[in-house]
Design a protein around this ligand. Structure first.
Ligand code: ATP
Ligand code: MG
Length: 558
């Protein structure tokens, strides 16, 4: 994997180049960016890219970033989402200069619309949605202006005031900008500025029954806030001429729009509308289900803000759509967790081992908390005559390079002794009931004088000291690389085995003190964190990611 270059060596991305040019030429004294989520769902990892870009630019160039809720659609928006969005941005480590709402500008936007009507640049249209669409023409055919476009300024002012006053039903009238019905850019063919919607808004209540469209809210909000760089995704390239047209005609602060490629991740869907379906139709348990690509889902799964920032940095800022491999995100979290996770031993599928020549009741052995971090210390682990190992670490008739336990074979128990398997005791049905082993007293880790070399080291837990927990193991939520681009509905490609619950696992007692902010590596099993479903009597752990990219390996085999 390519290593990230130092900040100095890294070349600028195209938006940084634009910013630097503006600062050097004196066009801007300071830059001001904004992150403008619509509060209609929880933020996903794609939003994280936009957050890192907008807040990151401001940080780098000593500017500021506003958090602006783009709440112009009363029907889909909720206060719950506002709270979650703020929590997620803060969790990533960013703080906004101002918290604004597009709905704060409704009065101002109304005045802007009146100004355009007065300039003869906007008119009230009584046509239905279908009629308006039909009159728009096609990209290669000019559209047709209808008779409503001939209304006088006075009539338009009156009708627009009546629209605001609630005299008309939903869909009865719209306000349109008078731009150019022949433009090759369809966005400029007299776009709708306002629609009637008798709906309760989460902030303005029932004050308004007309709401501005995206194109007549976004750029104007940017301008009201003196945003210098309004950064959005590529779908808005075709909207840019309209963005500029409104600002020029209104003679307001010249904010400028720049577009970059949105983040698409393999095995993931990334639109709030689709994520909402997964929640509502119970394919997942909640917005923060650890299988969700939401920021809150990743947080609950054990991802760190550092790993997401690193990921955003690695993928960079592009001008072309692309699909990023999910394993890159997993690489970033694995790399960070390797540095910070406390090591613990947990047995998922127990096989009892009786050490027949161990005569003490028990003793404590020492094991390092994290060999990657010299600032962490050691913990003590109780060892006794009865331990659990993983079932898969024993084979009665092993193949050649099986360096774990087998009759007559030796292994080291991590941080403890070397043991040898003397006998496999069987149940009536022939399955293995337990192993009878002997240990080598001189082989204790740290003071090993036995001279015996073994290849395999196993994790283990003392039976009578073990604490129990539940584990939740996650796999990709979708079976195909690009579920949104398949023939059928994306939900048909859901992986039915994306969640595996192991009700009872056995852990060394140090895990009893597990904390929500702590990250763990369960030796040989992966990285884990405590889930919020844990209670005083029951610990629940989520597997954040496996230790190795087992999935990529499996794919190669196929
Ligand atoms: P969705 O379709 O998921 O609802 P959206 O673009 O409608 O996405 P907004 O809440 O309007 O969501 O987006 C807020 C900001 O985040 C916008 O500037 C948008 O361009 C950006 N954004 C949204 N999705 C992505 C993505 N996948 N990659 C990068 N930026 C994104
Ligand atoms: Mg949107």
């Amino acid at each position: 994997m390519e290593e990230i270059k130092n900040e100095e060596e890294k070349s600028l991305n195209f938006i940084e180049e634009i910013v630097e040019e503006g600062l050097h030429s004196g066009k801007h004294q300071k830059i001001l960016t904004r992150f403008p989520p619509e509060p209609n769902g929880y933020l996903h990892i794609g939003h994280a890219k936009s957050i890192c870009l907008n807040f990151g630019l401001a940080k780098k160039y000593n500017g500021k970033t506003n958090l602006r809720f783009d709440d112009t659609n009363p029907v889909t928006e909720e206060t719950e989402y506002v709270g979650s969005i703020k929590e997620d941005v803060r969790w990533l480590g960013f703080e906004w200069a101002n918290e604004f709402y597009a709905s704060d500008y409704f009065e101002q936007l109304y005045e802007f619309a009146v100004k355009l009507i007065k300039k003869g640049l906007a008119y009230v249209d009584d046509s239905t949605g279908d009629e308006i669409a039909a009159q728009k023409g096609a990209p290669t055919e000019p559209g047709m202006r209808n008779k409503y476009a001939e209304r006088s300024i006075e009539e338009n002012l009156l009708l627009f005031a009546d629209m605001r006053a609630g005299k008309y039903a939903d869909g009865e009238k719209v306000l349109r900008a008078k731009v150019d019905m022949a433009s090759p850019n369809m966005q400029l063919r007299d776009p709708i500025m306002y629609r009637i919607k008798h709906a309760h808004h989460h902030r303005t209540g029932d004050k308004w029954c007309i709401y501005p469209m995206y194109d007549f809210a976004h750029g104007q909000s940017d301008s009201i806030e003196n945003i210098t760089h309004s950064i959005c995704t590529l779908e808005f390239v075709a909207h840019r001429p309209l963005y500029n047209w409104f600002i020029e005609q209104l003679e307001i602060f010249p904010s400028k729009q720049y577009e970059f490629a949105r983040l698409n991740l393999t095995y993931t869907v990334m639109s709030k509308r689709k994520l909402l379906q997964l929640v509502n139709e119970k394919y997942v348990n909640s917005w923060d289900d650890p299988r969700m690509p939401t920021i809150s889902g990743y947080r609950r799964r054990g991802y760190t803000p550092e790993s997401i920032l690193k990921f955003a940095d690695k993928i960079g800022v592009q001008k072309r759509e692309n699909l990023i491999d999910l394993s890159l995100l997993e690489f970033c979290i694995r790399e960070h967790l390797n540095k910070i996770a406390l090591r613990r031993m947990v047995v998922l599928d127990p096989l009892k081992v009786v050490i027949t020549n161990y005569k003490k009741d028990s003793e404590l052995v020492r094991s390092e908390d994290n060999p990657e971090d010299e600032n962490t210390g050691y913990r003590e682990i109780p060892f006794s005559a009865e331990i659990y190992i993983e079932k898969e670490d024993f084979m009665e008739n092993p193949p050649k390079k099986f360096f774990r336990l087998a009759p007559g074979q030796k292994v080291r128990l991590k941080s403890a002794y070397i043991i040898q398997c003397d006998e496999a005791v069987k149940n009536a049905d022939g399955s293995i009931a337990e192993l009878r082993c002997s240990y080598i007293p001189e082989s204790k880790s740290g003071s090993d004088t036995s001279g015996i070399k073994v290849q395999g080291t196993l994790h283990w837990v003392s039976v009578k000291h073990a604490v129990t927990a539940e584990l939740r193991l996650y796999d990709r939520l979708f079976r195909v690389e690009d579920p949104s681009n398949e023939e059928n509905d994306f939900k048909e490609y859901i992986n039915p085995d994306s969640l595996q619950v192991i009700k009872t696992v056995y852990a060394e007692p140090a895990l009893k003190k597990a904390g929500f902010d702590e990250r763990y590596q369960f030796l040989r099993k992966g990285y884990f964190c405590l889930d919020k479903d844990s209670s005083k009597d029951k610990m629940v752990f989520n597997r954040t990611v496996t230790l190795k990219d087992t999935w990529a390996k499996e794919q190669k085999k196929k």
